[in-house]
Write a protein that binds this ligand. Structure first.
Ligand SMILES: Cc1cc2nc3c(=O)[nH]c(=O)nc-3n(C[C@H](O)[C@H](O)[C@H](O)COP(=O)(O)OP(=O)(O)OC[C@H]3O[C@@H](n4cnc5c(N)ncnc54)[C@H](O)[C@@H]3O)c2cc1C
Length: 474
């Protein structure tokens, strides 16, 4: 058996307290958090080299706060992470700036550098063994209990078995194991095309930018001293492909909405043609009742990346499970550890706001009336801007605040329509704005709440408020 980073004499037996699958945001940060806990941990990653990824590059303020609370703030140092103070939203040539709450800032960073920073932190820990290989199977102690893994060693091609009291499944968005250990089912909601803009002059320094367009939005934020990430949304089932159609789309749809200062960097990036495409998923996190295994990160739960909530949810989960494991060391390694796993999954209600907001906002961006109403609502400033951004930052998780603001956008938008004249067409537009808003958020709430009473109430309201598409079909 070949271990990745230990000389022969340091190689442990293939039995560990904890075995982690994947050294991504979830797996590597959990290993960092647990490295001095006394647990014997192994972490199996298929590729320890630095990756060039377009995902996970804007860390919301609550993600930063989670790292600080775990004592892992150092993971943001030495990687040119950029402080992000808030968002600038650009729509029809108007720019709206909204600051994060003062208590914490976000970070723009290169995902590959962030991962390597975490991975390096693990290399000198006597409690942690790193393997390079692809995990092929979970092994079972009995029908309901996972007892470890089998992986293919990258260097030798050998199959290696690892026994572990607890296996952490954190193999990311294309998880091979979620089907076995969760009830979660993913849906592709579209694609992001990503490119790096070098020396790009963004409209507002140290801010994330959302450009609202007639169809789908694009985002741009700094990720290092000289680089900004541009992510362009492509809704639907077809991934964008390099070629004439894409070049045409970029020059007619994206370029005209950019500010003059961004164009040289954009043109250079388009000419270079180093694009990457990733599917965006929606997947509410539903666990299975199993022992010996816990699922963390995108393997369990995904939401639209428009709001950059994925790493925040992941780091919150890492913080929770890590704390439970360190606080209950006697229990964690015994049969009664299911209490720890149950406590972990029960804690996940805390993510409802970040999860609902991501897909609700994405759907609002595809609805012209609501998109305009949302921009006008935020432009009022005060609480109407500060509270929604506090929800986006993850620093505030109040579900009632989210619902309140979401419907206030539709109601104010509707009132504005009616104030243009008491005509049937204006009343109709106001009605559909509310109905569309309801039908955007209703399934998202149902998936997060998982409560029969909530479902019955929402179904009843849904009978009264019919969205534009259904009403038209009737
Ligand atoms: C286009 C896009 C943009 C995004 N932007 C943001 C953003 O700006 N901010 C944000 O917070 N979130 C963002 N996200 C979401 C964020 O990237 C994820 O939530 C986060 O990476 C989840 O971490 P993870 O550890 O679960 O998965 P990953 O970080 O993907 O890690 C999984 C790891 O497991 C390894 N692995 C997989 N299979 C195996 C196997 N069989 N054996 C061994 N190793 C294996 C992989 O190599 C990888 O290292 C974005 C997502 C997308 C799709």
């Amino acid at each position: 058996m070949v271990e990745y980073d230990k000389p022969n004499e340091q190689r442990g037996s293939a039995t560990y307290d904890i075995c982690i699958i994947g050294a991504g945001v979830a797996g590597a940060s959990l290993a960092c958090y647990l490295k001095d806990s006394g647990y014997r941990i192994c972490i199996v990653e298929r590729d320890w080299s630095e990756q060039d990824r377009i995902v996970g590059e804007l860390l919301q303020p609550d993600g930063v706060r989670q790292l600080k609370q775990m004592g892992l703030e150092l993971l943001l140092s030495g990687i040119e992470a950029q402080e992000i103070l808030g968002y600038s939203i650009i729509y029809n040539g108007e720019q709206l700036d909204v600051a994060y709450p003062e208590e914490e800032r976000g970070r723009g960073l290169r995902n590959g550098k962030f991962m390597q920073r975490m991975r390096t932190e693990l290399s000198d820990s006597p409690n942690i063994t790193r393997y390079e290989g692809t995990v092929k199977e979970l092994t079972y102690k009995d029908e309901h209990t996972i007892g470890g893994i089998i992986f293919t060693d990258k260097a030798t091609g050998e199959q290696v078995g690892v026994d572990a009291t607890l296996t952490i499944v954190s193999d990311g968005f294309f998880s091979k194991f979620r089907i076995e250990v969760t009830e979660s089912e993913e849906t592709v909601t579209g694609y992001f095309l990503g490119m790096v803009l070098k020396d790009c002059q963004l409209p507002h320094t140290a801010h994330g930018h959302v450009f609202l367009t007639d169809s789908s939005p694009f985002l741009c934020y700094p990720i290092s001293d000289r680089e900004s990430r541009l992510l362009i949304d492509f809704p639907g089932n077809a991934a964008p492909r390099k070629g004439e159609a894409l070049s045409q789309f970029l020059s007619s749809h994206v370029r005209p909405r950019m500010t003059a200062g961004m164009l040289p960097a954009f043109d250079a990036a388009v000419a270079e043609g180093k694009f990457k495409v990733m599917p965006n998923h929606y997947m509410p996190g539903h666990s299975k009742s199993m022992d010996g295994v816990v699922v963390v990160g995108d393997a369990l739960n995904m939401r639209h990346p428009l709001t950059g909530g994925g790493m925040t949810v992941t780091l919150r989960d890492v913080h929770t499970i890590g704390k439970l494991l360190m606080g209950n060391k006697e229990i964690a390694l015994k049969e009664t550890r299911t209490t720890i796993l149950d406590a972990f999954y029960a804690s996940r209600g805390q993510h409802a706001t970040v999860n609902i907001l991501a897909d609700a906002l994405y759907n609002v961006m595809s609805n012209d009336a609501l998109k305009k109403a949302c921009f006008d609502y935020l432009a009022q400033g005060g609480k109407q801007a500060a509270e929604p951004v506090a929800l986006l930052s993850g620093l505030n998780s109040e579900k009632s605040m989210l619902t309140r603001h979401f419907f206030a956008v539709a109601l104010k938008g509707g009132a504005k329509e009616i104030s243009n004249g008491y005509r049937p067409a204006n009343f109709s537009r106001a009605y559909y704005m509310l109905a569309d808003a309801f039908h955007i958020i209703c399934p998202l709430i149902k998936n997060e709440a998982n409560s029969k009473v909530v479902n019955i109430c929402l179904n009843l309201c849904g009978q009264i408020l019919r969205p534009r598409t259904l009403a038209n079909a009737a």
